[in-house]
Design a protein around this ligand. Structure first.
Ligand SMILES: [Ca+2]
Length: 168
């Protein structure tokens, strides 16, 4: 190590002060965006991926034992018409598209895999056909929620066979 001239020594000092200024600026930006910390306004809150009972035999009651829940965390009702939910596969038959449906302020809707009569709180994917009809894998998968424009609104991934569900 050689002894630096006063001119060279001044460079790292200036760099340090610039970094400090940048850190302060970044801190101000983070504080000014509390909405980011609060998460998306419409979000996936839970995936129950391992239907109760074993083995999963594909009956309608078992298919409806797996579900995904979506919550409107805003203070306004939101129309989900044209929004989609899908898993991590590329299968075109693994896409659920919302029909005319309004999710009230602070409300949660449960989307079950099997068949049933839609209500204001529970919707049915409408799948049937036994053990191949399940959407959510038993150990590892990911849910995607997109709006009517196709923009990703939220997602939730899980990777555990030790639980039957994932709180997102
Ligand atoms: Ca099961």
């Amino acid at each position: 190590m050689s002894i630096m001239s006063p001119q060279l020594r001044s460079i790292p000092v200036r760099t340090r002060s610039l970094l400090a200024a940048a850190a302060v600026a970044a801190g101000v930006v983070a504080v000014s965006q509390p909405a980011y910390a609060a998460g998306p306004a419409i979000r996936i809150t839970k995936i129950y991926y391992d239907s109760p009972g074993s083995p999963d035999f594909g009956a309608n009651s078992s298919l409806n034992g797996e579900y995904v829940q979506i919550k409107n965390t805003t203070k306004k009702a939101v129309s989900l018409k044209g929004w989609t939910v899908r898993d991590d596969t590329k299968r075109s038959d693994h896409v659920y598209t919302f029909g005319p449906f309004t999710l009230g302020a602070g409300k949660t809707v449960t989307l079950r895999t099997g068949r049933g009569k839609d209500t204001s709180t529970t919707l049915y994917w409408g799948r049937s056909g036994g053990t191949l009809a399940y959407i959510w894998n038993q150990t590892k998968d990911k849910a995607y929620l997109r709006n009517a424009s196709g923009a990703l609104v939220g997602s939730c991934a899980y990777n555990s066979s030790r639980q039957d569900y994932k709180i997102c």
